[in-house]
Design a protein around this ligand. Structure first.
Ligand SMILES: *[C@@H]1O[C@H](CO)[C@@H](O)[C@H](O)[C@H]1NC(C)=O
Ligand SMILES: *[C@@H]1O[C@H](CO)[C@@H](O)[C@H](O)[C@H]1NC(C)=O
Length: 118
């Protein structure tokens, strides 16, 4: 009940955050500089917002999407906030096993840890 109430009203729950909390608020003060995050669909909507905020917290963000044009725009947008943000874009079509394999090979070649996958 409390969960639904706070979801509808946006009022904070026991965590101190509610459905109206932003990613920026929730990650305030977090240093993600040792983390690598792959964000599928990170070129638009909630994926882009997640990529933006993780990059803002200094994570190494890899935006994995089908459309490389929108990925480039997303990267530009993030770099406008911090030109040293670590943002890479990589092609990934989750409907294609070939694309997933090729993405995985490229990612492995970067020799980065994988801490967050969204
Ligand atoms: C990141 O890694 C370095 C080297 O291992 C370490 O010294 C530092 O404390 C780490 N930073 C965070 C925020 O975990
Ligand atoms: C910009 O990003 C770099 C790399 O993540 C980070 O070291 C630096 O502190 C960031 N600058 C600001 C103003 O957030």
């Amino acid at each position: 009940m409390v969960g639904i109430f706070s979801l509808v009203t946006g009022m904070p729950g026991p965590s101190g955050f509610g459905s109206s909390s932003t990613a920026q608020q929730v990650t305030e003060g977090i240093d993600a500089s040792n983390l690598t995050a792959i964000i599928t669909g990170g070129a638009s909507g909630i994926g882009l917002e997640t990529a933006r905020v993780l990059a803002l917290r200094n994570a190494h963000v890899i935006i994995a999407v089908r459309n490389m044009e929108s990925a480039k725009e997303a990267k530009q947008m993030i770099l406008q906030e911090n030109e040293s943000a670590r943002v890479d874009i990589m092609k990934l079509d989750l409907c294609s096993v070939t694309s997933v394999r090729s993405f995985a090979d490229q990612f492995l070649a970067l020799d980065l840890p994988l801490n967050i996958l969204m």
